[in-house]
Every structure is written in structure tokens, then in C-alpha cells.
Design a protein around this ligand. Structure first.
Ligand code: ATP
Ligand code: MG
Length: 567
């Protein structure tokens, strides 16, 4: 491809809408353009990289005997009604009507549709197990689209679904996809962690996420030297025993005029946050509940939603707080509260703690569980934190890091096959329900994660396996015929050797060309400059920008070898 004819609108300025490096670079390197919040077009260079990632994912699926098919993105409401998810998806689902007012959605994920397909096509145990997949565009009206294609509202996902006769079969299919995922992410050059993940209220017997470690990742991972590695949504907490041996004192109401937050309270009472239990009110599908965690802790909304079986869980609005506590926001507490009070296990070990009094400007001190209020339930409702005791080895301390979730594998069980009445006949002619697994890779998110992982101050650094082009040949001065000719020769020879090669034949200053080449991150650059008369060129690896001089023929050979070794 000749750059003079290629649609590559690079930008020198950092676009103000982009907060993180990968998003900035995808815009600056002319890979994507924004159409609306969370909606992007892929320009030629971006699409080429996306297709390479898709290719890697497809190869890993195919080599693990998954079969590719392609479903529509326009999905009739009925399927989601049968599974119960028409409601569950709530505002995240893009909904539409046809001219006859029939309702549809733009598919956010395809469990229902694959289950229905299997229901209609598979009759006998002889046809199982089977794993089907597609690489397709998904639609989710995310609450907070951000970071470019990392959290967008239209994105490319590879979704696969396995159907097995029994649990042992599912274990095999799951392991098979686990292996396929490792192969795919390794090939993309990604460094990742495989973490235990939440499997939702309905259970499922196991779930793992593939996380790329990155400061801009939206997920928090808790890990321990012992090998424990879990999304904090799921990581179980060991309750810290604060001052269990103290005698229980008499509860006392205290005047705390300007102390609504934990910080204000700790200052006012001159103690630390560990002596407080904060009470947060949530609205779970219309019902208000209270949750108590220690003053320095955070409520884990995933654990809470799983316990409550919530479809929609949100912090209660200020109006709801005032109505429930009969006090201003900031003074909620468990004593006398007429809603369910869920107490974190750590709070249950505390003595003589401070809580809101459900009265504006007042708190209670010396509060004790069972003496002053009775919890509805005691459980694990908080986030694990740095320094916590590891829930696995129970001796080492937890550390945390941020991660970008690029893939998710999940033992689903029979949630969909049951609700959608999908059965097969076993060896004895008896009707049985297939057991499902589902497996997703965020193909477009992978692209951003790769950029995030490898970029340097000059731009993108593509691993060869996903690079849109392998080599860029740059005649330094296009007014010099010798340089042009040698560059053309190198370009044609690489092309005939099957290398994806770009020729920067634009009539631009050398500095502009070099900057662009670095920005778009092509793994190998060959500069054809003053040495052209002697067939001497510069050979530069994008990673590390290491430069060496050599003959044109040697550069061609080196490029072919380098690409071959790293493909
Ligand atoms: P998240 O917690 O990030 O919202 P999820 O649990 O909703 O992810 P899944 O439904 O498991 O994601 O989807 C499979 C994969 O699709 C994810 O692992 C992720 O890589 C990708 N993905 C999910 N939502 C988005 C999005 N809004 N934009 C881009 N990729 C996404
Ligand atoms: Mg999501």
C-alpha cells in the first residue's frame, strides 16, 4: 500500500476528549473516529488491526473445535422475555420497534439466541457436546461509555457457547476454551492475569476473567503471593477483629452538628474510622435496604446484589434516605430503622461503635449488635482491600492492581436451557437438559489493551501479530529519484515475500514521515536516504527505536526474518 493513496488522517494534537493513552493514540494514529458517545467508526488502519485480532481469535476458536456461525444483531423481544432478561437488562439494552410495532433489541449478548438455535437443531446426545461461536457487533447502552473502544456502546465481541450432556462434559468444554483463550491472548502479545470472577446471583459453578494489568483498568484485582487472584467483585473477605474483648457499654446519643461524613466525624470525635459503622441505604428493585460496613470500608455492590437477588441495585436517592431515616442525609443508622439491616461480618465483631442516630445532627456511640439493634443478616458485604488477610492462605496480605477485562469464561449451567425449554434425548431416550458454558472476548477492547500495554512516548508499538502493516519503507527525500527507486524496489520485494508493507511516498518532510511512522507503530521501518546511491539504508525496530545501517538487500532479509519469527 502506498501512503499517498491511503486514508491515514494522523493528528499532532492530543484530542481533548481522550483521557487515556490508547484512546488518544487511536484517534491520533487515524485508527478510529467518534460518531457519538461510545460509538466509533474504524478507518482503514484501525480496521486492519481489528481484523488481525479477529483472525487470532478465530484461529484459536477453530483449532479448539468451536464452530463459527453468525447471528443477527436485531433480536426479537420474545426470546428475552422467555429467559426473563428483557427486564433484567434495563436501560443497558437498546430497544426498537418495527413498522408493525413489534419489539426488538440490538443484541447485547446472545445466550438466548444460541440456546434457541440448539433447541431447534440438536435432538440427540450423539450431537453433543458442541461449542458454537460468532464474532459480531454487540450493543449496550452503557451508563458511562468511556476510554474509546474500551467501554463503548457498540463493540465487537467474540461470543461462544458450549452445550454438554453433563457437568463433567462442561468441565472439559470450559477447560478447552480456557486453553483457547490463553493461546489467543499469548498470540496477541498481551500480558494478562487469569482471575476468579463473580458468577452472579444465579450461580453458575465457576467463572474466570482474563485481565490485562493496567493503571487505566476499570476492574480491581486482589492477589496474594500464595497464588490467590480474584476480581474484588468476588473476593471473599476475612473479617478483621477490632476490639472484641472490650466490655459492652451503654449506648449514648451524641450531638454531632456538622458531621455527616466519616472524615468530619472522625475529626469531631477525635477517633479513627475503624470505630464507626456506616449505614448505607440502597434501593433494590424498589425496596429500600440498609447495609453496614466499617467506617473505612466500601460496600461491595456485587455481593450485595447477589445476596438480594437484585435486578437493579442503586444507592437510595437523598429523598429516599430522608423518608426512610426521618433525618437529613448523613445520619442514617441501624437503631430503630424499619428496613432490613444487612451487616458486614466485620461490623458484627465490633464493640462500642458509632452509628448515625436517624436524627439530624445526632449519632449514637457505644452501640452494640443484638443489644441495641438486631441485624437481619450478617454476611460478607464489603470490598477486600490492600493489607487484608488473604482469604485463601489466611496468612499473607492482599495486594491489589487495576485490570482491563479482555475475556470472560463462565460455567452457566442450565439457566437458559431450562427457561427456554431446550432438551436432548439421552442414550435411553429420556429428555435431558444440556448444560451450558459461555465465553466472551472483547475483540475491540483487546486492540485498546494492546496499545495501552505497549505504547511509548512516540506512539503505538504494535506486536507483529496484530500490526496492521509489518514494515514501512520511507524514502527520506521524495525529490531524489535514486531514493524513490530503491524504496520502490524494497517495497516490491517485501510485498512479493508476503509482507504487509507500506511505502511512505508522500511528498512530506522527513521529520513528518518519521513522526507518523512512530505514531502508527509499524514494527519495522526502513529509511532510504542519502546512502541510496550505495544501496545503504537504515533499519529501525519500532520497539526501542533501535537503528542500524545496512545494505538494502540485508534490510529486506532482516525484515522478512524478523516478521517471520514474531508473527
Ligand atoms: P464489564 O464488566 O467490563 O462491563 P461484562 O461483564 O459486561 O464486562 P461480558 O458480558 O462478559 O462483559 O462480555 C464479554 C467481553 O466483552 C468482556 O470481557 C469485555 O472484554 C467485552 N466488553 C463488555 N462490555 C464492553 C463494552 N462496553 N465495550 C467494549 N468491550 C466490552
Ligand atoms: Mg458490562
Amino acid at each position: 500500500m502506498k501512503l499517498s493513496k491511503y486514508l491515514l488522517p494522523t493528528l499532532r494534537e492530543v484530542p481533548s476528549e481522550a483521557e487515556i493513552p490508547s484512546h488518544q493514540l487511536m484517534l491520533r494514529a487515524g485508527l478510529i473516529r467518534k460518531l457519538a458517545s461510545g460509538v466509533y467508526s474504524y478507518l482503514p488502519l484501525g480496521l486492519k488491526a481489528l481484523k488481525k485480532i479477529e483472525g487470532i481469535v478465530r484461529d484459536s476458536m477453530d483449532s479448539h473445535d468451536a464452530q463459527e456461525l453468525l447471528m443477527s444483531a436485531v433480536l426479537p423481544k420474545e426470546y428475552f422475555e422467555t429467559s426473563g432478561r428483557w427486564e433484567v437488562f434495563g436501560p443497558e439494552m437498546f430497544r426498537l420497534r418495527d413498522r408493525a410495532q413489534r419489539e426488538f433489541c440490538l443484541g447485547p449478548t446472545h445466550e438466548e439466541i444460541f440456546t434457541d438455535t440448539v433447541k431447534n437443531t440438536i435432538k440427540s446426545y450423539k450431537q453433543l457436546p458442541i461449542t458454537l461461536y460468532q464474532i459480531q457487533t454487540k450493543y449496550r447502552d452503557e451508563r458511562r461509555p468511556r476510554f474509546g473502544v474500551i467501554r463503548s456502546r457498540e463493540f465487537v465481541m467474540k461470543d461462544a457457547y458450549s452445550f454438554d450432556k453433563d457437568e463433567q462434559g462442561l468441565d472439559v468444554s470450559y477447560q478447552n476454551m480456557y486453553d483457547a483463550y490463553k493461546e489467543a491472548f499469548d498470540k496477541m502479545g498481551l500480558e494478562y492475569l487469569i482471575v476468579d470472577a463473580d458468577s452472579g446471583a444465579m450461580g453458575g459453578s465457576g467463572s474466570q476473567e482474563f485481565m490485562v494489568k493496567s493503571d487505566v483498568g476499570e476492574d480491581t484485582i486482589a492477589y496474594c503471593r500464595c497464588g490467590f487472584c480474584s476480581n474484588i467483585e468476588k473476593a471473599g473477605c476475612v473479617a478483621e477483629d477490632n476490639n472484641n474483648s472490650a466490655n459492652e457499654l451503654e449506648m449514648e446519643k451524641i450531638y454531632t452538628p456538622n458531621s455527616r461524613t466519616i472524615e468530619e466525624l472522625t475529626q469531631f470525635l477525635n477517633t479513627d474510622a475503624k470505630s464507626f459503622a456506616k449505614t448505607l441505604l440502597y434501593n433494590s428493585d424498589g425496596k429500600i435496604v440498609a447495609v453496614m460496613v466499617r467506617g473505612d470500608r466500601e460496600v461491595n455492590e456485587t455481593k450485595l446484589a447477589n445476596y438480594l437477588g437484585s435486578i437493579n441495585l442503586e444507592l437510595a436517592s437523598p429523598e429516599e434516605v430522608v423518608e426512610t431515616t426521618k433525618a437529613a442525609v448523613g445520619f442514617a443508622g441501624p437503631v430503630g430503622l424499619e428496613v432490613d439491616v444487612l451487616v458486614d461480618a466485620e461490623v458484627a465483631l465490633m464493640k462500642n461503635f458509632v452509628v448515625g442516630a436517624n436524627e439530624t445532627k445526632y449519632h449514637y456511640k457505644n452501640v452494640n449488635i443484638n443489644k441495641d439493634f438486631t441485624p437481619t443478616v450478617v454476611g460478607d458485604f464489603r470490598n477486600i482491600e490492600i493489607g487484608d488477610i488473604c482469604p485463601k492462605c489466611k496468612s499473607e496480605k492482599i495486594d491489589t492492581c487495576q485490570g482491563i477485562e479482555v475475556g470472560h469464561i463462565f460455567k452457566l449451567g442450565t439457566k437458559y436451557t431450562d427457561s427456554m425449554d431446550c432438551t436432548y434425548l439421552d442414550e435411553n431416550g429420556k429428555e435431558k437438559t444440556p448444560i451450558m458454558g459461555c465465553y466472551g472476548i472483547g475483540v475491540s477492547r483487546c486492540m485498546a489493551a494492546i496499545i495501552e500495554q505497549y505504547a511509548d512516548e512516540s506512539g503505538i508499538v504494535w506486536p507483529v501479530s496484530v500490526a496492521p502493516f509489518h514494515v514501512i519503507v520511507v524514502p527520506v527525500n521524495t525529490k531524489n529519484e535514486e531514493q524513490n527507486q530503491l524504496a520502490e524496489e524494497i517495497y516490491s520485494k517485501l510485498k512479493s515475500a508476503g509482507i504487509d508493507v507500506l511505502l511512505d511516498d508522500r511528498n512530506e518532510r522527513a521529520g513528518v514521515k518519521f513522526k507518523d511512522a512512530d505514531l502508527i507503530g509499524i514494527p519495522v521501518r526502513i529509511n532510504v536516504g542519502k546512502g541510496a546511491a550505495d544501496r545503504q539504508v537504515e533499519f529501525i525496530l519500532r520497539k526501542g527505536l533501535e537503528l542500524s545501517e545496512m545494505s538494502a538487500d540485508e534490510a529486506i532479509e532482516r525484515a522478512i526474518a524478523f516478521i517471520g519469527e514474531n508473527k
